[in-house]
Design a protein around this ligand. Structure first.
Ligand code: A2P
Length: 319
């Protein structure tokens, strides 16, 4: 499978993104360097990163290796990073992107997202607490953060800008004030949280959806025995058997067949390859309907520590 055969999704600004990328959330610093190297060798050209994943330096080393050894050119790659909650204040936004650029050893990002709509108290602690286990919030409005994000495009530091974990009302508030429209909204998306409403809302406004945790994030630290295990779902296993594919491949294909960008995470070489091997089959509308029938607002990544924030996207019933 060559990199060039991965379909591209066109953004509202005319630029394009490979529909499949490598996720790096929870990729340990000791493992992610090799994983990104393997992924690029396998054909991945889109790597999804974030300052908060605490591994951008290692991702940067891997990208640098592959560029220096002539395997890829910078312009062949699509690299995303995200602005963490403690950097929402407009005067901190350029500083934040510069930290990610330095760590990733790049002079521009293809895409920079506001990671969450909630602003936390500015400072070096990514989860500033009040001593009683509560996060200290900041009252910066994400609309003002967005205006600072727009300046990064003008400065050439990022090619495209977008959102992550924004609900429909929040997307609309940004759109109402935006000079540059967000190109994507990156959200949790898998059969138990199918995101039908958010997907059509964004699509109608020319904004793509990007699915994180498409496999249901089986290694999420707060999972308890008996919680949802998306990879183990009987319907998914039955459809996988029909196509002689794995459940993970069906989950990834399901997102792609809906026209949604997808970023499965793995640091295991065989799985990185397996997750890329999804372009030789296609799900039928009936398969997609069956998978969509599993939707039950089964959110697995609740961002519980920010629940009381006025801008928490899904703690106040505003999906
Ligand atoms: P690992 O990184 O150890 O390979 P998500 O993208 O939904 O957040 O899921 C990521 C999790 O799923 C990681 O724990 C990853 O494990 C695991 N995973 C990734 N690809 C596969 C696969 N093809 N089959 C089973 N588990 C997978």
């Amino acid at each position: 499978m060559a990199a060039s055969t991965v379909p591209l999704v066109k953004f509202n600004n005319g630029l394009s993104i490979p529909i499949l990328g490598l996720g790096t959330w929870q990729s340990k610093p000791g493992e992610v360097r090799e994983a990104v190297r393997d992924a690029i060798d396998i054909g991945y050209r889109h790597i999804d990163c974030a300052h908060l994943y605490f591994n951008e330096k290692e991702v940067g080393d891997a990208i640098r290796d592959k560029i220096n050894s002539g395997v890829v050119k910078r312009e062949d790659l699509f690299i995303t990073s995200k602005l963490w909650n403690t950097y929402h204040r407009p005067d901190l936004v350029e500083k934040a992107v510069q930290i990610s650029l330095d760590d990733l050893q790049l002079d521009y990002l293809d895409l920079y997202l506001i990671h969450w709509p909630m602003a936390y108290k500015e400072g070096s602690d990514p989860f500033p607490e009040d001593g009683k286990g509560k996060i200290i919030y900041s009252d910066v409005d994400y609309v003002d953060t967005w205006k600072a994000m727009e300046k990064l495009v003008a400065k050439g530091l990022v090619k495209s800008i977008g959102l992550s974990n924004f609900n429909t009302k929040q997307v609309q508030r940004v759109l109402d004030a935006a000079k540059i429209k967000p190109v994507t909204n990156q959200v949790e998306c898998h059969p138990y949280l199918f995101q039908k409403k958010l997907h059509s809302f964004c699509k109608e406004r020319g904004i793509t959806l990007t699915a994180y945790s498409p496999l249901g994030s089986p290694q999420r630290p707060w999972a308890k025995p008996g919680d949802i295990n998306v990879l183990d779902t009987p319907i998914i296993k039955t459809i996988a058997a029909k196509y002689n594919k794995s459940p993970a491949q069906v989950l990834i294909r399901c997102v792609i067949d809906r026209g949604i960008i997808v970023i499965p995470k793995s640091t295991t070489k065989s799985r990185i390859a397996e997750n890329f091997d999804v372009f030789d089959f296609k799900l039928t509308p009936q398969d997609l309907e069956q998978i969509g029938s599993l939707d039950c607002n089964g959110r697995l990544i609740p961002q519980a520590e920010g629940r009381e924030h006025k801008d928490h996207p899904f703690a106040h019933g505003d999906e």
